[in-house]
Write a protein that binds this ligand. Structure first.
Ligand code: HGY
Ligand code: MN
Ligand code: MN
Length: 412
């Protein structure tokens, strides 16, 4: 790689700390749910930053934001870089936004140096990666890739009944560009690992070769409300106790497919919600993940069998709706090797790995050569207000992003 372009570590860190104000929580985390006012505020910040960097901004009908720096060849498909600006309900300062701000920092460095790439460079903010408010996750990139349906997303409602399409309009980020129309030569996404491997092994960069598959499902347990004091144990239709068995079954299925499998039940609601009323209704949202597609299917089938067994033994009805399935992905060797070359150029320690977390790159990978770069995060914690990463690691990740973009510009 012919360049000695060096990103500005301080400037990158300042943008990370500055944008953490949008949705800042008392515990030092960030709550910036997709299509919320906080999401609007960070999108407004992002719009101004892109304009200040001389980028041309376009927004598609899913609210995905594309900010493009021209290349010397206007006909060359852009090389894309980015991630997401939304967060979990109790999220951190780095999940998603690091990938967007590292791309901005790379572009700012190219601007400072007056360095002209052949391909245009497009910086992206993908809508609703987290899926916490509107399932499924990764829906901006998922609709863009054609795997998720636009109409289904637009009409989906959150727990308060707020409809996705109306919220997108309300915050002023429903664009006019037909989603999926824009094509790219490649896509690169920097992200914190959100797991413990890099930090535990004291490795600076994860060269990500792919990602595991995931399976989201929603369910309801229907029993009968009745008096907690007078109803004999043999006459109860206790939805909560059936749900408790089901939650443990998810854990058992993951442990039975150790070490790679994972599973949890992240959301539950029990009605009518009174200590002295046996709950007649329980609703839940849960997930299973595995790097192998066939094993993920077998885990889902094991869950179905367990549900049938619980419902046969307990006087409750259990329904399960599969909300989302994303199969495991493998990233393009051309991008993976460009990342590896950038790591080598800077003498950074690295490890090849697959991603346990889902990312927008998983969907984009079906459309163009795609790859990811990881940096460590403190104790591997993420989706937690204590999520943190160091300035040095963020800068190393952004430097690898920049050199990967330059290398792809030279080689694609
Ligand atoms: O859930 C995920 O894997 C992603 O971090 N939103
Ligand atoms: Mn993320
Ligand atoms: Mn996340």
């Amino acid at each position: 790689m012919a360049t000695n372009l060096t990103i500005n570590s301080e400037r990158l860190w300042d943008t990370l700390m500055d944008t953490a104000q949008y949705g800042a929580t008392p515990k030092g985390g960030v709550r910036r749910l997709t299509l919320s006012d906080e999401d609007r505020m960070v999108r407004d910040w992002f719009t101004k930053a892109c304009e200040a960097a001389g980028l041309t901004l376009a927004i598609d009908t899913m609210g995905n934001m594309f900010a493009t720096r021209p290349g010397t060849d206007p006909n060359a498909p852009p090389i894309a870089v980015g991630s997401h600006l939304d967060t979990q309900p109790a999220g951190g300062k780095f999940d998603g936004i690091l990938g967007v701000l590292a791309g901005l920092e790379a572009i700012r460095t190219l601007n400072d140096a007056g360095y002209q790439t052949t391909h245009p460079i497009t910086l992206i903010n993908w809508t609703n990666e987290e899926g916490a408010r509107y399932a499924p996750g990764m829906s901006g990139s998922g609709v863009y890739s054609g795997e998720l349906t636009y109409e289904q997303m637009m009409s989906s409602a959150d727990k308060d009944g707020a409809v996705f399409g109306e919220e997108l309009e309300r915050i002023g980020y429903k664009g006019t560009e037909p989603v999926g129309e824009r094509k790219f030569a490649a896509f690169v996404e920097l992200h914190i690992e959100q797991g413990p491997i890099l930090e535990a092994e004291e490795i600076q960069i994860g060269v990500v070769e792919g990602g595991q598959g995931l399976y989201w499902f929603d369910g309801t347990v229907a029993g009968r409300d009745s008096h907690a004091g007078t109803t004999p144990m043999t006459h109860r239709r206790d939805a909560m106790m059936a749900l408790a068995e089901l939650a443990l079954a998810i854990e058992e299925i993951a442990l039975a497919n150790a070490p790679a499998a994972v599973g949890t039940m992240g959301e539950v609601a029990v009605l009518p919600g009174s200590r002295n009323t046996i709950p007649g209704t329980a609703t839940f949202r849960a997930e299973l993940r595995h790097p192998d597609g066939a094993t993920l299917t077998a885990m889902a089938e094991a869950l179905d069998a367990k549900i049938a067994e619980i419902a046969a033994r307990r006087p409750v009805d259990i329904t399960l709706d599969m909300r989302w399935r994303k199969d495991p992905v493998t990233f393009d060797p051309r991008v993976v090797e460009a990342v590896a070359a950038a790591v080598e150029k800077h003498g950074l320690t690295s490890k090849r790995m697959i991603s346990g977390a889902g990312h927008d790159a998983f969907y984009v990978a079906s459309l163009c050569p795609t790859g990811m770069i990881f940096i460590p995060c403190w104790e591997g914690i993420s989706h937690n207000e204590e999520e943190s990463a160091t300035q040095v690691d963020c800068a190393a990740g952004a430097q690898v992003v920049l050199d990967t973009l330059v290398r792809l510009d030279e080689t694609l």
